[in-house]
Design a protein around this ligand. Sequence first.
Ligand code: ATP
Ligand code: MG
Length: 390
Amino acid sequence: MQEIILCKLGEVVLKGLNRRSFEMKLMSNIRRRTQRFGKFKIYSKQSTIYVEPAEASCDLDGAYAACRQVFGIIAVARALPCTKTKEAILETAKTYLGDAMARAKSFKVESKRADKSFPMGSIQLSQWVGGGLHDAFPQVQVDVHHPELTVHVEIREDAAYVHGPAEPASGGLPIGMGGHAVSLLSGGIDSPVASYMMAKRGVQLEMIHFASPPYTSPQAREKVLQLARELTPWTGRLAVFIIPFAEIQEEIRRNCPEDHFTLIMRRFMMRLADMLAKELRCKALVTGECLGQVASQTMDALRVSEDVTELPVLRPLIGMDKEEIVTIARHIGTFDTSILPYEDCCTVFTPRHPKTKPHVEDVREMEQALDIEGLCRRAMEGRELVRIKA
Ligand code: ATP
Ligand code: MG
């Protein structure tokens, strides 16, 4: 019989009556994320999702790695099915987990019996298989309290399964179950991490990026697309909307006080993200803002920038230190791209003395010098959509 992947559900199991819809969503996410590794049969039973190769050419290693990055799964293990007899189970354990047994200092067997017609109880079966394994690997001690290796045996309707230790997966909630939001993606370290964190809570993301050619280079644009590509193993496929931002920046520079430049620019980003969210029926915005990190992220400044949208602005990094953010950026694989030295539109016209305690009323007044509607409309008309496959 063929090796399969078992995915253990995380928080999904806590969701009571919604549980079925969580499972359905999770299975469809797994299906989409594993399809490039071959055809798999995917089904769920007892808090476990089974990913079973449906053809000989399936790449199980690839599918296993992909499953570890699908949110909603807390642990994954590989398992080998066998005939439902104690002898077949022992033989399978000996060969399938032979390498792991040879390496371990101690082990135990844990059995579960979903098929109650199996002639042995689970404790009895564990003892019998454990005895057989101990005979085959006499140097490995039996330790029921703190074993280095746990050999799992599950008796199910269709077959018995032997699997080794589960490995941790990504946790979180299945993408799609946490709502739909627009994420403001710059080329920095923070916004990819913020996107990852909201995706982990099950939020399906649409990406918006503001680019200011000719002030920003094609490499800066490519860097953002690369970041989006690096996020897709976590988020699934992404649409990146690239919005031309140079005209807005030039107009602000020409008409508004220099110390408010960044703030007014951020308000335009929020307005445009809000417009896109309405168009795509998204219910929130996501940013990589972090309290006190820069002048535009003081409490007063955050108040001023979110003044232009009624949508909730989700800021998952708000209370984090830079080191904590960097640790996550490295873990998810975006850090090296984020530190490439290409200028973002924010760095193009940075004021010498940015305002840290702005007032909403003052800023609204300053903006009267601008044709806000026309600027936003032209920016949205000039947008480009790049679709990134998972
Ligand atoms: P990051 O590391 O994500 O660039 P930052 O610390 O440099 O963040 P800012 O430049 O003030 O902070 O930007 C704050 C947030 O605004 C970013 O995290 C991002 O969500 C959004 N943002 C900034 N610049 C852009 C951009 N060019 N396109 C889209 N969103 C942006
Ligand atoms: Mg930035």
